[in-house]
Structure formats: C-alpha cells, structure tokens
Design a protein around this ligand. Structure first.
Ligand code: FE
Length: 220
C-alpha cells in the first residue's frame, strides 16, 4: 500500500486495540494518574469505490494522560463557522502529503470524553486557506473511547506562520477549547510567536502512511 493511496476519497473507520495494559478510567478524583500507559491503535481506511484493499496502519497512541489541560491558542482570522462533519478533509484537487490525525480527548481526571466535537481547519500543502468554501475544514466526533480520527494533508507554511492545524474541541455540553497543532522539526517553529512545544504532533511513519497523534485534555 503506497502512501498516495490516501489521495483517494476514503471513508475511515477506526478500531482501537489495547496491546498493553491501559487504564483510561478515572483515577481517584483529585489525583489524575501520571500516565495511562502506552496504547496502540489500528486504523482502517476504506476507499469509497471499494477498488482498493483497506489500509491498516498502526500507531502508538499517546504518552499517556497527565491530566494537564491542553494549552489554548488564538483562533486566528481564518475560521469559518458551521463546517461539515467529515471523516476526511482530502478531496479532489487538495495538494499536500497525506496524514491521518488521531488521538484521544480526555477530561482532567483522564476519563475519555465520547461525542466531543473535534473541528479542524488548515491550509493545504502550499500554505493556502480556502476562505470561501470548506476545503480542508470539517469536524468529527470522538468515539466511545474518546478517540477521533481525521484524514488530511500536512499544511504548508504561510507568511509569518509555521505549518499548523487549527482545532476547536467541544465536549458535549462543555466549553470550547481552541488551540493549534504543530509539526516537529519545522524550522519556522522557532520564529513563531505562538508556537508551543506542548502542541507538537507525534508523527509516526508506518508502512501504510504517516500518522500524527495528538491527545487533548479539556474541561468537560
Ligand atoms: Fe492558521
């Protein structure tokens, strides 16, 4: 399976396999656990036309939940309200290296939050936003384990900013966390006044493509 297989329009379904001991349940209420252990997930991506075999990619998820709230960052000027619900932001004409984003949404007691909105917007691979339509904009919901997945592309730089993906996370009935995700080893990170090393995606090159992991801790 070549990485460019991700260029097709696909439907993603995800199943999680816990390969090692993993405790995501709430620890003692006032003492979030220092670590929930290593988790591994298998992600399946099925082309809509059914002509290709499912992609199986495995990524190590998470260094564990510490209960520390994910840092908030500014929304910036390019958010478009009311995006569509999607499993992939890739569509015909979108340029950029494909990447599968995934991770968990936890509360501060490290309990998974199901049904949280994970709303993403970004540039394409050459740093261009679609400010008229919803290209590279869309949201998904976390599953019962608190996990989200979204197929997209690595964004490019644009003047003054390193590659980044904007995100809004809203637990059911909870407040919105607005933040951004960054990429490791981007030279422009060091020149960016918003860059936060706590918001770097964990990139994992698998035999089936690139996976970017980011877990979030939010106030439910
Ligand atoms: Fe931006």
């Amino acid at each position: 399976m070549k990485i460019n297989r991700f260029n097709q329009r696909i439907v993603l379904s995800a199943t999680m396999i816990l390969l090692t001991a993993c405790t995501v349940q709430a620890p003692a209420a006032s003492m979030p656990s220092a670590s929930n252990g290593e988790m591994t997930a298998t992600v399946s991506a099925l082309p809509v036309d059914g002509t290709a075999e499912p992609v199986q990619a495995t990524a190590a998820l998470a260094a564990g939940c510490t209960g520390q709230l994910t840092p908030a960052q500014m929304e910036g000027p390019y958010y478009t309200p009311n995006p569509p619900q999607r499993t992939s932001l890739i569509e015909e004409g979108v340029v950029g290296e494909p990447i599968l984003l995934t991770g968990y949404v936890w509360d501060t007691a490290c309990r998974p939050i199901a049904g949280a909105v994970v709303d993403l917007w970004q540039t394409d691979g050459v740093g261009v936003y679609d400010n008229e339509g919803y290209r590279l904009r869309g949201y998904t919901l976390t599953d019962d384990s608190g996990r989200y997945t979204m197929q997209t592309v690595i964004p490019g730089e644009y003047p003054g900013r390193p590659p980044h993906i904007h995100v809004k996370i809203q637990p059911p009935g909870g407040a919105v966390l607005t933040s951004q995700m960054y990429f490791p080893n981007a030279a422009a990170n060091a020149r960016d006044r918003l860059f936060d090393s706590a918001l770097i995606l964990d990139l994992q090159e698998t035999g089936d493509g690139l996976i970017g992991v980011m877990n979030f801790v939010v106030t439910p």
